[in-house]
Design a protein around this ligand. Structure first.
Ligand SMILES: [Zn+2]
Length: 84
């Protein structure tokens, strides 16, 4: 009895672990959405990224899957993690 779908971009799930977190400024004109507050995050301005990874267990091999989550700043990242 587990609810697997979240509205929007919720926390991906307990099997994910945080592999890296950092403040970043990318040389990119891409705009993404903060996973916590849904604000626009301009990649070319200072923002915060959390890299998640999980093992996908398949017969005979384990594959590592990675996902990047973008936030306005560290406080949004902390809020998102606390609601996981
Ligand atoms: Zn935010």
């Amino acid at each position: 009895m587990s609810k697997t779908s979240y509205p929007g971009h919720g926390h991906p799930g307990p099997e994910w672990r945080v592999s890296h977190r950092a403040s970043r400024t990318d040389w990119s004109d891409a705009v993404e959405r903060c996973a916590a507050c849904r604000a626009r995050v301009d990649m070319s301005e200072a923002h915060y990224q959390v890299l998640l990874e999980r093992d996908i267990d398949k017969p005979g091999k384990i594959t590592l899957e990675r996902e990047r989550v973008v936030f306005c700043d560290e406080s949004c990242a902390a809020e998102w993690e606390s609601t996981a």
